[in-house]
Write a protein that binds this ligand. Structure first.
Ligand SMILES: [Zn+2]
Length: 126
């Protein structure tokens, strides 16, 4: 195998990798808001085939933008929770663990064990 073949294999191989990587990241022409390097998957593929020495570093430079865009666009909820600091879940009731009671008549919050609403005086069943 001579050097020219090896170079071509590298060029074609990296062009295919870029095409697969770009389509996985949802790269589309103009998806970064325009510009010379804002190409689609096919655009990157042919850039690498024709001017690899320019196209490959340019793709790697653009790739971080594509990755950031792909993350923003379709971020699953699990991934979002994992990336951010987990906040402790606030308890729904203070203390006992039983849910707070509310007056069925006026909606006033009631302490445990009360049989009459302190706000409207309604008798509370059970
Ligand atoms: Zn009440």
């Amino acid at each position: 195998m001579d050097a020219v073949v090896i170079v071509w294999l590298l060029v074609i191989g990296s062009a295919i990798w870029v095409a697969i990587d770009a389509s996985n990241l949802g790269v589309k022409r103009g998806c970064l808001g325009g510009g010379v390097l804002d190409m689609g998957v096919a655009g990157w593929f042919f850039s690498l085939l024709l001017i690899w020495i320019v196209g490959f570093p340019a793709y790697l430079a653009q790739r971080s933008k594509y990755v950031a865009r792909a993350r923003l666009k379709n971020q699953p909820p699990e991934a979002e929770q994992q990336s951010s600091v987990k906040l402790p879940r606030l308890p729904l009731s203070d203390g006992g663990g039983a849910p707070k009671k509310y007056c069925t008549s006026c909606g006033h919050p009631l302490a445990e064990g009360t049989h009459f609403c302190g706000s409207c005086g309604a008798k509370l069943g059970a």
